[in-house]
Structures are given as C-alpha cells and as structure tokens.
Design a protein around this ligand. Structure first.
Ligand SMILES: C[S@@+](CC[C@H](N)C(=O)[O-])C[C@H]1O[C@@H](n2cnc3c(N)ncnc32)[C@H](O)[C@@H]1O
Length: 187
C-alpha cells in the first residue's frame, strides 16, 4: 500500500480510509471529493464507511482547510473558524449589464429605512452566487465516460482555485476517474 510519507502526485488504488490513515495529520489544504452514491451504482465491491472517511478527512486537513463533498448539493465544510484561503474572483461570471450606468435603491438599513438611491457603473463580471451550472458535454475524454458517476471536469477546477492556496495540496479520497487529480495538475 502507500508509503507513510505524503506521496504527492500519487493515485492510490485501495480503500480510502486505509489509505488516508497512512498520511500525516494537518497535511492537506483542500479535499474535493464525491462519495459513492449509496447503493445506486456498482463500484466493483468497494464498501464505504462514510463516518470513518469524515474523521480521516478532518485529521488530514490543515486548520482552515476546506472539504467540498459532492452530493448534487455540494456542502462545504470548514475546519476551524475561517478559511485559510478564499479567492472567488476566478469563479466570477460576466455581468449581463456590463459597462452600463444604473441607478437603484440602496440596501434597507437595520432601522427599516432605505438610504438614498445610488448610481454606479456595472462591472464586467459579477459573483456567481450559490447555484453553479455544469455540463458534462464539455468533457472531451471518452475514457471518462467509462466511469458511472464522474465529476464534470470544471467542478474540481473551480473549487481548487477558490479554496486552495497556490502550491497547496489537494486530496480526493474517492478519486473515481481522476477528475480532481487532473484539475490539480492543470492548475
Ligand atoms: C461518485 S464516484 C467519484 C467520481 C469522481 N469524482 C470522478 O470525477 O470520476 C465514487 C468513487 O469512489 C470509489 N470508491 C468506492 N468505495 C471506495 C473506498 N472504500 N475507498 C476508495 N474509493 C472508493 C468508487 O469506485 C468510485 O469510483
């Protein structure tokens, strides 16, 4: 199995809890992963202990490290009180009204009153919000289609840019077709 030192750029084939138990604590900046769908897909006999998986992920993360766990909704768990790294700029999307100057109401204050209206130029891009759309259609590698439930390539790519400091270490305990590893390598 795995050498107990943190072997970077390595894909380990085996049970992830066993594999993670050999890695040093507080060594991982970001986990991007998608656990097996409970009973909905056949993963060639692998069984998953999600409780033990969560405990190992927690041990391996650096304080301030983040674990993004795909389940259609993607809950984002934080170890500690605030993220060690957060950069949402790469996730921005084009603004529909980019370049226009618009006037609108200011936000409502805590006393219930609204401030004077404000006029401002609309930026070229805006924050993406909390609903992110992905298409599998853009993923060109036909080998990927042999896996029953791969990530769209863009998912790990986006999360790594958002939550992993440059040069940081990313872990995917449920690697599947390797989308997270490929994105980490690309970045
Ligand atoms: C939902 S898929 C992940 C797909 C991956 N995100 C991708 O882009 O291809 C879950 C994967 O976990 C693997 N798996 C199941 N049980 C496991 C275990 N105990 N340890 C490690 N991997 C396991 C399955 O074989 C499957 O490839």
């Amino acid at each position: 199995m795995l050498n107990p030192t943190l072997a970077l750029d390595t894909v380990v084939c085996g049970d992830c809890v066993e594999g993670m138990s050999l890695l040093p604590s507080e060594s991982i900046d970001l986990v991007v992963t998608s656990p097996p769908y409970d009973g909905l897909r056949d993963y060639h006999g692998f069984e998953v202990d999600l409780h033990a998986t969560g405990k190992e992920i927690y041990r391996l993360l650096k304080t301030g490290g983040v674990a993004v766990v795909d389940h259609e909704y993607m809950p984002i768990f934080l170890k500690g009180r605030k993220p060690q790294y957060f950069n949402k700029e790469p996730l921005n999307v084009p603004s529909k009204h980019a370049g226009k100057v618009m006037t609108g109401f200011a936000n409502r204050r805590t006393n219930g009153k609204t401030g004077p209206s404000i006029t401002k130029a609309i930026n070229a891009t805006k924050c993406r919000g909390t609903i992110w759309d992905y298409l599998m259609a853009g993923d060109k590698n036909p080998l990927k289609r042999q896996h029953p439930a791969p990530f769209p390539d863009q998912i790990p790519y986006d999360f790594i840019q958002c939550f992993c400091p440059p040069g940081g270490i990313v872990l995917d305990p449920f690697m599947g077709s390797g989308s997270t590893a490929a994105a980490a390598k690309l970045l």
